[in-house]
Structures are given as C-alpha cells and as structure tokens.
Design a protein around this ligand. Structure first.
Ligand code: PLP
Length: 407
C-alpha cells in the first residue's frame, strides 16, 4: 500500500474532527490526579444528583433480571413504558400523544442526538440560546448543521426575548433548542414568556427541541411548563425530550425519551433501530416503575427540597463573597457565578484572564468548579449544588480564601 493511501485511510472524518474537545476534561483529569495524590478536593462540578434511586426502582430492576427480561425489546422501547410516558405527558404536562409518538433511548443525550440528526440537514442553522449546555453545539455540528447563538444576560435572568429569536430566524433555520429549566443557568421561563416564544415558533414553522430533563427540580413557587403545551400548533413542531437521569437520580441507568410529531417519531425510530437498537431492557422496567409508582412523587419532592436548602445556603454565602455576583437559579442544580471582576488579578504570580485559568488555579487551592467558557459564558464559573451542606460550607470558605489571595 502506498504511503498516501494509508494516510487517507487513517485520517479521521471531518465529522469528528470538528468536535470541540471538552475544556472541562482537562480540569476533571487534574482534579482526579490531585485526589489520587491524596489531596482533598471539594467538588462543585457534579452534573448529577448525589442521591440514589428509590428502593422500589431498584427492586423493579432486580425483578426484571429474575424474570429474564433479557431479550431485545422493540427498538423504541417496551409498550408498557411508552404507555406510562404517554400518561406522564398527559397528567404532568397537559400534552396528548399516542404511544407511537414516543421513542425511548439511552439517556436524554441520546434522544437529543436522535432529534437533531432527524431534523437538521447539512448546512441548516439551529438556534441555541447562550449560555447553553455544552453538548448542544457539538450535536448540531455532528449533524452537519450550524449553531447560531442568541445571547442572554444575567440581568435578564439569562432569558432571550421573542424579538431576539425572530431576528435570528432565516430561511436556513431548522430548529431552536430550548432548555427550561436550564443547565447551566437554572433559568425557568414563565407561562407568558413561553406564550410569546410559542407564537414565533408557530409563525415561522421552525422545529423546537424542548429539553425538559430538569423539570422536577424547580424552586420556590416556580412551575415548569412545557413550551409544547402552549398550543396545538407548537406541539406539532415540538420534539420534547425528557428522561430519568435527574428526577430519579438514575444517570447511570441511561433512560431518556422523546415525544414528537408522528413523522419525526417514525424517522427517529428507524434511525435508532439501525444505530443502538433498544435501550437496556432492565433499565426500561426500572423506568416503568419510576414513572408509575405513586411513591415517586415523594421521592422527587424530597430531593427537590434538599436541593432548595443547598441553593439557599450557596446563595447566602456567595452574596457575601467579595468580587463575585450571582442570582438564585429557579431550577436545576447549578449556580452561575460571575467572577469577571477578578480577571487580570494574579495567583502566585500567574495572571488569571478567563474562566479556565480561574478554575485551574482554584483547583490548585482544593476546590473544583466548571469554567463557564464551554457553556458560552466565559465571565462565569458553574457551581453545582449536588453536594452535602457541610461540603458546601467548607468549599465556599476555601473559595473566599482563594479570592482573598488574588493580588
Ligand atoms: N440535557 C441537559 C440540559 C443536561 O444537563 C443533561 C445532563 O447533564 C442531559 C440533557 C443528558 O441527560 P442524560 O444523562 O439522560 O443523557
């Protein structure tokens, strides 16, 4: 084989070459290294609840193993689970679907990937409000699409306006990715705001991919309302994504799902049948128990109140911390902390000029956070409150001491 041919064969596809490697990975790798070296690190970087799934969910999984639920299932999921999801949408979100419109996948991320591959053509534009969950742009690029960002600001609770959306739409626009409650900002849109966004979706006919994975984690008197439920017109353009990862602390079980207009659901079904086939059969039976057992409500209400106590604790400490600012998130379990006033200060002779530098030096000090840069928000750090109250107090105390050392 000539050298040039072998070079061609070993070259990576432009599809994967275009993926931005996660800049948080370097920090995670460094945090792990410091931990294995015996250094105590307090981590505000968790992207998953620090609870375990309810006992009855675990029992359902054990029963599924004992009952030999070990064969392939229909690639879009077992009928009982799809019926339970239909019921969930109807009672909790006011959305009526038939079970053929539901596709169960390997986590909400997989559902999002399926949705984007299904509606985004080469060169099509997808609108993503920033700050955004860092996976969205990568999935759009993988599908050959182009992410188009609309900027939001902390002063407006990181909310975009219908006008901003309208201005971003052109004939190449295929979809909006709409995440409420949001990771990383915790923003939750109100009924009035959703109404205005729904009107733009209806007028322009773009798809809207609604990522509602944090729906159960909303605080104070905030209510989660699905954008798709605002009108029949918007439901016809909506692909609603949800899953068990955050509400049932089942991140590792990998069950997510989507509900979509029939032609989209049929295409996702075909796509999934050739890529992953069905999601894990045992996890599907566990998900069925989670979605149908009456004890579930108590479970997620309990984790929600624990998260609320921690959020309040973090906000009260951070609001007294020199040089930083933040607002109380209404949902999810992250706080965006603006540290940009501290940029250009130095730590042990090193000038901190962005969120990645900040997170890196803070880690040397024993506190792990996620820089805002990969979320499209370089003035911020993302601090998760998926950790115990004692850890929060100790970690934020260190955070304050680190800031006091900056010169
Ligand atoms: N959507 C958002 C906004 C998330 O933050 C996450 C996980 O962090 C997901 C989707 C993915 O969820 P899953 O673990 O079910 O794939």
């Amino acid at each position: 084989m000539s050298k040039s041919v072998s070079t061609i064969i070993t070259k990576l596809s432009s599809r994967v070459a275009g993926i931005t490697p996660s800049s948080t990975l370097a920090i995670t790798a460094k945090a792990n290294k410091l931990k294995t070296d015996g250094k105590k690190i307090i981590s505000f970087s968790a992207g998953e609840p620090d609870f375990n799934p309810p006992e009855f969910v675990k029992e359902a999984a054990i029963k599924a193993v004992t009952d030999n639920k070990s064969k392939y299932t229909p690639s879009s999921g077992i009928l009982e689970l799809k019926r339970a999801i239909v019921q969930k949408f109807e009672t909790e979100n006011g959305l009526v679907y038939n079970h053929n419109q539901i596709i169960v996948s390997n986590g909400a991320k997989h559902s999002l990937h399926n949705a984007i591959l299904t509606v985004v053509d080469e060169g099509a534009e997808v609108i993503i409000p920033a700050p955004y969950w860092l996976t969205y742009p990568e999935l759009v690029k993988l599908a050959g699409g182009k992410p188009v960002y609309i900027r939001t600001a902390a002063e407006n609770d990181f909310k975009f306006t219908p006008d901003q959306l309208r201005r971003a739409i052109n004939k190449r626009t295929r979809a909006l990715i709409f995440n409420s409650p949001s990771n990383p900002t915790g923003t939750v849109y109100t009924a009035d705001e959703l109404n205005e966004i729904a009107k733009v979706v209806e007028e322009t006919g773009i798809y809207v991919i609604c990522d509602e994975i944090y729906e159960k984690l909303v605080f104070d008197k905030t209510k989660h309302i699905s954008l798709a439920s605002l009108s029949r017109g918007v439901q016809n353009k909506a692909i609603v994504v949800n899953g068990l990862s955050k509400s049932f602390a089942m991140t590792g079980w990998r069950i997510g799902y989507l509900a979509a207009p029939q032609e989209v659901a049929d295409a996702v079904d075909a796509l999934q049948s050739h890529t992953t086939s069905n999601p894990n059969s045992i996890a599907q039976y566990a998900a069925l128990a989670a979605l149908t057992d009456t004890r579930s409500k108590d479970f997620y209400n309990e984790i929600k109140s624990k998260f609320q106590v921690r959020r309040d604790l973090m906000i009260s400490i951070l609001s007294e911390t020199e040089g930083v600012s933040c607002t109380a998130p209404q949902g999810a379990f992250y706080i965006m902390v603006n540290v940009s006033k501290l940029y250009n200060k130095s730590y042990k002779g090193f000038r901190i000029s962005n969120s990645i530098d900040f997170a890196d030096k803070l880690l040397d000090f024993g506190v792990a956070v996620v820089p805002g840069e990969p979320f499209g928000a370089d003035n911020f750090l993302r601090l998760s409150f998926a950790l115990a109250e004692e850890e929060i107090k100790a970690g934020l105390d260190k955070f304050k001491k680190f800031i006091a050392e900056l010169g």
